[in-house]
Design a protein around this ligand. Sequence first.
Ligand SMILES: [Zn+2]
Length: 165
Amino acid sequence: MDKCKRFEQQLLSKIVSPIKKSDLLSDYPDSEKNLAEKALQSLMDQNKIIKSKEGSRIVFSPVKEGMFSRKLIPIKGSTGNIYQVLFSIDDGKLKASCNCPAGKKSILCKHVIGIMLNDEDIHRELDNYGYLSVYNDYLAKLDESEKIKKEASNIKKKFERLLLR
Ligand SMILES: [Zn+2]
């Protein structure tokens, strides 16, 4: 077995719950840290571990059962076109793309949003990869903006009655 593979196995046995990088590498002498980091990267490339943020710390976690590396979901757009939404684990990070005109420009399109709302697997992955707080922030603001839009519309109606009729 080559040395990198041996490091991978050692590291994998240590990463059973989220662990800080410094704690993970503390047992290795400086001369071996480079190899240990290489092994970490290799484990991420193989989707065996993921890197995420816990506050300001970088942590490594085991990939949980049922996690996917690629999930392609066809979805019907409002004009009847079928778009392909792809969720994938890329370099240890969860990424999404959609081949609709907005998605091609890296805009968070309604197809990706729709899947995040309705697909439990994807929702769990958002949590696994530490994206859930941003996602929830977005939903909360969206809710707020809908409410404000409705309020504005009611005030507009009131104004119309005053001014135009
Ligand atoms: Zn789209």
